[in-house]
Write a protein that binds this ligand. Structure first.
Ligand SMILES: Cc1cc2nc3c(=O)[nH]c(=O)nc-3n(C[C@H](O)[C@H](O)[C@H](O)COP(=O)(O)OP(=O)(O)OC[C@H]3O[C@@H](n4cnc5c(N)ncnc54)[C@H](O)[C@@H]3O)c2cc1C
Length: 386
């Protein structure tokens, strides 16, 4: 990773900068001791570590605006941070920048069932949104595998997706409105409680901008009604090429599953050791397909997917017979990260985007690279959307 040369003039002004920040926001919201800043020195890409100039943990939007304004006017960079689960170094501090943590913005502000939306502060975790509305039969669709920890502000900054994005879209497709604090310290509201607000799509520019254009200080998220039925299939294959092709066959038949994930042999066994989900240990590849909707529609689609999988060469097919079994099918997939951590003292996580039709080629190439360099590779991915 290329890191820019730090601005030594700013680093030399550190004590003065921290003292000033303590006059702008409550003094205990500024952290500058080395020991305390260690907790913020990396994100999910933990191969890279860097202490920031200082950490600020504002408590109100006005405080965020005051920090941004002062930093902008005094040539001090700011790196925003949500929960620090990003895998790309997005929340990695810079030696000459203030790290602005949003951990104190952890409240759900409004649940509006009439408009089917939730207004939340940016530090609220992704899963908390579904937890807050599921008793009323609603949920928030984008579900990154880190949903128990990652923040909705971070989701906006990364335009995060997950298993259900194949059918229900990424964060950008489920975001109705945001409040932002610009780099200059101005507070702006974009969008609102309804889809397709007028004017230029500035919210679209903010979504996925990785904290480079401003601080997301509030989000309004669309919630969906929970489908009447959800069922999943576990499909084993004796070779990864046929499995990769089967993914395209399902989509090509006009079926958009609620989720379609794939794992290869190493990942299957690591996940099975961890979660006892009933995965076929001898399979070279496993596809998990979830279908949701009215019961009669789901039953029909399950039959159609079974036929497609058999024609593609599936060696085993298991269909969930209860909600508990469906959850168990997913338990292995959702624990893929810690499961791989158990088979290797260290590992590197790499994300790629592969056109769906090229999945078989990618699997072959990964296997040959793995053999050539003597490095084990466990493949786990959102197969349906590449
Ligand atoms: C085990 C694991 C599984 C994962 N699975 C997925 C997955 O399935 N799909 C997926 O998309 N991602 C996944 N991720 C990556 C990560 O969890 C997401 O990108 C998540 O959205 C990051 O949220 P965060 O709150 O942790 O953000 P951080 O890591 O704190 O920050 C991420 C970026 O957003 C910026 N940022 C954070 N908050 C704000 C804010 N309020 N305003 C402006 N900028 C901000 C930061 O500067 C940084 O550039 C996974 C990570 C892990 C560790």
């Amino acid at each position: 990773m290329h890191m820019p040369e730090p601005d030594n003039d700013v680093i030399e002004r550190r004590d003065e900068i921290c003292a000033t920040l303590r006059t702008i926001i409550p003094a205990d919201c500024v952290i500058d001791s080395i020991e305390s800043m260690r907790a913020f020195d990396s994100d999910g890409l933990s191969a890279y570590r860097q202490l920031p100039l200082a950490v600020v943990l504002p408590e109100t939007v006005d405080q965020i605006a005051d920090v941004m304004k002062w930093c902008h006017q005094n040539g001090v960079k700011v790196v925003p941070r949500g929960a620090g689960t990003s895998l790309s170094g997005g929340a990695l501090p810079l030696a000459d920048a203030v790290l602005l943590g949003l951990g104190k913005f952890n409240k759900i502000l409004d649940i509006d069932y009439d408009n089917r939306c939730v207004v939340a502060q940016p530090g609220v975790t992704n899963l908390s949104i579904t937890n807050a509305v599921e008793d009323h039969g609603f949920y928030y669709a984008p579900d990154p595998s880190s949903q128990i920890a990652c923040s909705v502000g971070g989701n906006v900054a990364e335009n995060s997706g997950g298993v259900h994005c194949l059918k229900y879209g990424l964060t950008t497709n489920n975001l109705l409105g945001i409040e932002i604090v610009t780099i200059e310290g101005e507070i702006l509201r974009l969008g609102g409680k309804h889809l397709d607000a007028g004017d230029y799509d500035l919210m679209g520019i903010m979504t996925g901008s990785e904290g480079l254009l401003g601080i997301v200080s509030e989000v309004t998220l669309r919630i969906l009604q929970k489908p009447a039925t959800r069922r999943a299939l576990l499909v084993g294959f004796e070779d990864t090429t046929s499995a990769g092709k089967a993914v395209g066959d399902v989509i090509g038949a006009g079926i958009i599953p609620a989720g379609m994930e794939m794992m290869d042999g190493l990942a299957i066994n690591a996940a099975e050791d961890f979660a006892n989900a009933g995965y076929p240990r001898s399979a070279a590849a496993l596809i998990i397909v979830e279908l949701d909707g009215p019961e009669v529609e789901v039953d029909t689609l399950i039959d159609r997917v079974e036929v497609i999988m058999k024609n593609a060469g599936a060696s085993s097919i298991k269909v969930s017979q209860s909600e508990e079994e469906r959850t168990l099918f997913w338990a292995g997939r959702k624990s893929a990260f810690p499961a791989v951590g158990r088979i290797s003292p260290d590992y590197m996580c790499m994300d790629g985007t592969i056109p769906r039709r090229r999945l078989p080629d990618m699997m072959i190439r990964m296997a040959s690279l793995s053999q050539k360099y003597g490095l084990r590779v466990a493949n786990v991915f959102h197969a349906g959307d590449g």
